[in-house]
Design a binder for this molecule. Structure first.
Ligand SMILES: [Zn+2]
Length: 327
């Protein structure tokens, strides 16, 4: 970030010179501006590995940023993504790069290492929240992650473009404020459903489930889905028993990580009348990070209420909830 800022200061100094000095200095300034990080009025080129981070950068940077998001298709499994030469090219021109880390997007660190750039600032969400490879990597579902990412992004934008600090500050305040309804919804669900047992086909919603206080079951099965490995026969049997005997109130289904086995669990949940809710890893088109989270929390609330009304899970509810960790 420092290098990035100092390049910009260089461009600014050159610009000041051009206003006061002779033609030679003007020519030099013009060269600096057209070949520097970006001209004073050009947009800041940003690459986000995932489109929800790209969305947040866009909200914080407004018309001062030009954002490219790499993972943006909610119909593909991001865990199986492989970077293309197109991805590498986008990175070459980026002044700011934001990615998840914690092994969610290992291709990103590789590409960055292969194209070193002194003018590039990098923000890794996992570093901001103290997570690493092996932890549940779906960090954007933790309500505590995005405020930290937003602050770091805003700081980087101010460092790159200090002339517009007041606009970035205002955008940050507005963004942080816009997260309040999400926190309120999480608190509301927590008050009603803390300790209720649920299960999921993949750990994408894990941090949000933890925030709501739900007791998440079948974690090993979920990790196998995520890592594209085979779940053990015992883990599959336990999952099926939870659904058949309605030991869980809701099945959370990741519609971006589907295979024969997860589809089978979805079908079994439907047959057993266990309410299901579908979640995605990638932000769907037409949504913002905020509306996406709110929609999914609403869907969770509906599913939990349906499980409630059907009288499901009477046996499990009498068992004290295990302090469920997502990982
Ligand atoms: Zn996932």
């Amino acid at each position: 970030m420092k290098t990035f800022g100092s390049m910009l200061n260089g461009a600014r100094r050159a610009l000041t010179l051009s206003k006061t000095a002779a033609t030679v200095a003007t020519a030099a300034a013009a060269f600096t501006l057209s070949h520097g990080a970006f001209a004073a009025d050009a947009k800041i080129p940003v690459v986000a590995a995932e489109n929800f981070y790209g969305d947040v950068v866009q909200q914080l940077g407004g018309d001062r940023v030009d954002v490219t998001s790499i993972l943006s298709n909610p119909d593909q499994d991001p865990h199986l993504f492989e970077a293309s030469p197109k991805t590498a090219r986008a990175l070459q021109h980026a002044s700011l790069v934001v990615y998840n880390g914690a092994d969610y997007d290992p291709w990103m660190a590789k590409l960055l290492a292969a194209s070193k750039s002194a003018k590039r600032a990098t923000i890794v969400a996992a570093d901001l929240v103290g997570k690493k490879g092996g932890d549940n990597p779906h960090l954007w579902y933790d309500p505590q992650t995005m405020p930290k990412v937003a602050r770091a992004v805003s700081e980087a934008l101010v460092a790159a473009d200090p002339a517009h600090k007041s606009a970035y500050d205002a955008n940050l305040a507005k963004f942080l404020d816009s997260l309040k309804p999400i926190d309120a919804k999480v608190a509301g669900l927590h008050g009603r459903y803390a300790g209720v047992p649920v299960t999921a086909t993949e750990p994408v919603f894990g941090y949000m489930s933890d925030a709501v206080g739900l007791s998440m079951r079948n974690l090993r099965f979920q990790m196998a889905t995520m890592n594209d490995t085979e779940a053990s026969a015992a883990d599959i049997a336990a999952f099926e028993r939870d659904l058949r005997e309605k030991r869980v109130r809701v099945l959370i289904y990741n519609s971006q990580a589907t295979e024969a086995l997860t589809k089978r669990m979805l079908k079994l949940a439907q047959q057993s009348k266990v309410p299901t809710m579908s979640v995605t890893e990638t932000e769907p088109a037409g949504k913002t990070y905020q509306t996406w989270m709110l929609t999914q929390l609403d869907a969770l609330g509906t599913a939990l209420a349906a499980g409630d009304a059907s009288g499901a899970n009477a046996a499990a509810a009498t068992t004290p909830p295990a302090k469920g960790k997502t990982q």
